[in-house]
Design a protein. Structure first.
Length: 286
């Protein structure tokens, strides 16, 4: 297996912030790919050396569009058989180490890096009600399913995970081996109704891959996520990281952190530390 690595950026806003992130990810052993939410113009996100996905999807919070983009990416790269690891980042992520160190860490990673922190919590509401995601649907289906959800689905809890699957749940950010990606694709091809089920669950990006890998022969290969994310606010979204969070994120051992705003002072400080660490001359705010 060739030691090449693939990173997919899932983005929809702030192209300059995305460009700043890309500048820190360029490496001879890393191929960068980008998916721009189909609701937005992809032109501002065009960057040399970053490959746009052939097909774009509408991505809405809580919907399945994120998963469609990832699965399409897996299928496209499966044919090349050239990557040993696959990772995703959003446009609001940032590296915590120089890319040379990240590549070295990728080289030594074993198994499937995935957050399962919420698996013991009761999240039945995410799947036992039939959820619909109007932004991702054609108009007529959107209208029909909104009516059904309002007058029927919301009050009838009748769905259970298919195939006797055991629940697993955590952050949507992961780093998979080629073996993990192969297992996911094999499973959804053998059981396409898995996609139909999870298309109508709430926040499937925090469950879909987690459940497939937890209920697989690869369960013992699952390792902690390579992302630092602060959920101490206990809401639906993580804390936006600032300078006061630097010591915690840098001492966490994570390779990446999220989330950051485009003009955050903390990004300038991270740039300075990354430059000092690898001796590069990447300018602040590049």
């Amino acid at each position: 297996m060739s030691e090449r690595y693939a990173i997919l950026l899932l983005v929809h806003k702030d192209p300059e912030q995305v460009r700043r992130l890309v500048d820190h990810l360029r490496h001879p052993d890393v191929d960068l790919f980008i998916h721009v939410d189909a609701k937005f113009d992809p032109a501002p996100f065009a960057m040399p050396g970053v490959v746009p996905l052939d097909r774009r999807f509408v991505v809405s919070w809580g919907g399945f569009g994120w998963m469609r983009a990832c699965l399409g990416w897996f299928e496209a790269l499966e044919k090349t058989a050239k990557y040993s690891r696959f990772a995703i980042l959003s446009g609001q992520d940032y590296p915590l180490r120089p890319i040379t160190e990240i590549v070295e860490a990728f080289h030594h990673l074993q198994g499937e890096c995935l957050d399962l922190a919420w698996s013991s919590e009761n999240h039945d509401y995410r799947f036992d009600v039939f959820w619909v995601h109007p932004p991702e649907m054609p108009f007529l289906r959107r209208f029909r399913d909104r009516l059904l959800r309002k007058f029927w689905y919301r009050n009838h809890h009748w769905r259970r995970l298919p195939y006797g699957l055991e629940f697993a749940c955590g952050s949507a950010f992961w780093n998979f081996s080629a073996q993990g990606v192969s297992h996911i694709l094999s499973r959804v091809r053998a059981q396409p109704d898995l996609i139909r089920f999870f298309e109508n669950t709430l926040i499937s990006d925090e469950m879909f891959f987690h459940i497939l890998l937890w209920n697989s022969p690869l369960r013992d290969r699952i390792r902690p996520s390579t992302h630092y994310i602060d959920w101490t606010l206990r809401g639906e979204h993580p804390k936006t990281l600032e300078v006061e969070d630097l010591d915690l994120m840098l001492s966490s051992g994570a390779l990446f952190a999220r989330k950051f705003t485009k003009d955050a002072v903390v990004l300038d400080e991270l740039d300075r530390r990354l430059r000092r660490k690898d001796g590069s001359d990447v300018p602040v705010g590049a």
